[in-house]
Write a protein that binds this ligand. Structure first.
Ligand SMILES: Nc1ncnc2c1ncn2[C@@H]1O[C@H](COP(=O)(O)OP(=O)(O)O)[C@@H](O)[C@H]1O
Ligand SMILES: [Mg+2]
Length: 587
């Protein structure tokens, strides 16, 4: 499956720094958790350190004080360790959740600000998996990875420090393995990062296909697409498994490799320590304590090696999240405030194409709709009608040319103000999984109350069916209104537009999903909606077009004829031809 290109490859340092920005506000908590981790690490080293006096004192010298206190000291150390463990786990988790919450909020905010063109090319599955999967990966790296990183690094440092303290020669030998381990971990990290990015994309694919199957279940059932979908999902599922296994293999292999290197260093230490002249300088306590410290380093070293996978996953996820957050939002640099308008609309020599290449979809479009007029667009499918009207709410920006409302270039009007002036009803009606009332008064435009909603519903001829529903306006419509018929959904959309009461109305084949019967039924509602406002209508209904103040006939992105219905029929040109072909059956 294709994935949108990554915006930029950020260096790890940049990502770390930016991630730190999410943790920074909670620095006090972080310090607290780190102190707790330091306690855990300290208690670890103390255990080893305790061994020396215990062995030398109790077994060798039989010092009664040491014999008496040792068990108590051990208990105390466990207590400190337990307490530190709890505090650090709790506050690290707290921080991780805060980071997730903040990132999700930023992702969501970005969803609301990205332009239509972004959604045209981005599969929704990859977006949803950012919310669900990627943020969790980041949180993991913030909580468990940082915990391990802080605690085990401190433990290793503590143990090493102790080793240097009791015998610096042996400790120095131990250090030889360090650079080699560092090199290995670096190589492995890059591999982890690469696989993590692929796994994230693959999670997006899994989400995408599952989502498509859920949404398209009726088509799948009627067209017998089960086998095809199974195969498609199987491939993606297998790919995901394969990538995860590669990650796990690398992870599993990295531990023994690192352990072997440190074991070699330990072997060198033991070799030197047990050599005749050297051995004589060591007490039993020192020797055992040193070896114990060496052994104790394995655990933390192992965790540090393993946690690298989690850390790299988190960084790859953070990168994907940051790339998304950094995408340019819709351009909104207009300064003209427009609280209301008369609604005159003028298009001047508009050129447009989707993307940067490809042929022009609109090639020099110009027309004028005076305030309150209706302009109808007709033409073959693909001639650019929808594209044309979609430029008005600035879903897309023209490549050249100017569009004016009340004489103002729409690019200079504040985006929200501009969109407040426009109601849009098209064939894809969007209903939210909410009550009928909330769907009509979507966003509570202008603080509409229930009476306003009822008035709009009545005017849209929607109240008739709403009243028959068991819970009336409080009925839940289901996801995208599945519990309603096409005509009912359409009437809710009209009621919503009526309630918004914007001076400019765009109807893009608003009734094409309906049969002639239901269409006739809501025709009255539509006409009521169109009265007293500027309307750009793309329609296949003759009656709507017949009464239009201007008919614009389009073909391949150009206007090939304009005029009123009778004029155009008399001219016996394109419109007349279209008319006899397309509208014959309706008449
Ligand atoms: N989001 C899009 N991205 C790329 N091309 C598009 C997009 N929408 C429409 N097009 C193309 O633009 C042309 C005009 O489409 P459209 O405006 O929808 O025509 P109409 O509404 O007249 O049927 C078509 O060739 C179509 O393939
Ligand atoms: Mg269209």
């Amino acid at each position: 499956m294709e994935h949108p290109p990554q915006v930029s490859e950020k260096s790890s340092a940049q990502i770390y720094r930016r991630l730190l920005g999410y943790v920074a506000p909670h620095w006090k908590i972080f310090v607290l958790a780190s102190i707790a981790l330091a306690l855990v690490a300290g208690s670890q080293t103390s255990f080893v350190a305790l061994m020396k006096p215990m062995l030398d004192g109790s077994f060798v010298e039989r010092d009664p004080d040491i014999i008496k206190y040792t068990p108590w000291v051990m208990m105390a150390l466990f207590l400190v360790r337990g307490l530190g463990g709890f505090i650090s786990s709790y506050f690290m988790a707290w921080m991780g959740r805060e980071v997730i919450k903040k990132m999700r909020a930023e992702l969501f905010d970005q969803l609301l600000r990205l332009p239509v063109s972004f959604y045209d090319v981005t599969p929704s599955g990859s977006l949803i998996s950012k919310f669900i999967y990627d943020v969790e990966q980041v949180a993991q790296s913030v909580t468990s990875a940082i915990t391990v990183l802080v605690r085990d690094t401190l433990t290793v440092i503590g143990l090493l420090g102790y080793m240097f303290y009791i015998n610096w020669i042996l400790a120095s030998i131990m250090l030889i393995g360090g650079p080699i381990i560092g090199y290995v971990i670096n190589v492995i990290s890059k591999r982890f990062r690469r696989y993590s990015t692929r796994i994230q994309n693959s999670m997006g694919d899994v989400t995408q296909v599952a989502e498509e199957v859920i949404e398209g279940q009726r088509v799948i059932k009627t067209f017998g697409g089960q086998a095809y979908e199974l195969q498609r999902f199987d491939d993606i599922n297998e790919h995901n498994r394969h990538l995860n296994m590669k990650m796990e293999t690398t992870n599993a292999a990295s531990v023994p490799v690192v352990q072997f290197i440190s074991a070699s260093a330990s072997a060198a230490v033991i070799y030197v320590a047990t050599s005749e002249p050297f051995l004589e300088t060591l007490t039993v306590g020192t020797f055992v304590s040193f070896i114990a410290a060496m052994m104790m380093m394995y655990g933390p070293m192992k965790s540090l090696t393993q946690i690298n996978a989690t850390l790299q996953r988190g960084i790859a996820a953070a990168q994907s999240i940051f790339n998304f957050i950094d995408m340019s939002p819709e351009i909104d640099d207009g300064t003209v405030e427009m609280k209301s308008c008369n609604g005159s609309v003028v298009y001047q020599d508009i050129h447009f194409n989707y993307g940067d290449d490809g042929e022009e979809v609109l090639q020099g479009i110009g027309f004028e709709a005076k305030a309150g007029q209706t302009v109808a667009f007709v033409g073959r499918s693909g001639s650019g009608k929808s594209t044309l009207v979609n430029l008005l709410p600035r879903f897309y920006l023209p490549k050249s040319g100017v569009i004016r409302i009340d004489g103002y270039n729409i690019e200079n009007i504040r985006l929200q103000d501009l969109r407040d002036q426009i109601s849009l009803v098209n064939q894809h009606i969007t209903l939210f999984n909410d009550t009928i009332e909330n769907n009509i008064a979507y966003g509570r435009l202008g603080g509409a109350n229930r009476d306003d909603v009822i008035k709009a519903a009545k005017a849209a001829h929607a109240m008739e069916f709403i009243e028959r529903l068991p819970e009336g306006l409080d009925t839940l419509v289901g996801e995208n209104g599945v519990l309603l018929s096409g005509g009912q959904r359409q009437r809710l959309a009209i009621a919503r537009a009526l309630l918004k009461n914007a001076p400019i109305l765009i109807l893009d084949e608003a009734t094409s999903a309906l049969d002639t019967e239901s269409e006739r039924y809501i025709q009255g509602a539509l006409e009521f909606l169109m009265s007293n406002r500027t309307t750009l209508v793309i329609a296949h209904r003759l009656s709507t077009i017949e009464h239009a103040d201007l008919i614009v006939v389009m073909d391949k992105g150009r206007i090939i004829e304009t005029g009123r219905h009778e004029e155009l029929l008399e001219r016996k040109g394109h419109y007349a031809a279209l008319h006899s072909m397309q509208f014959r059956d309706v008449e």
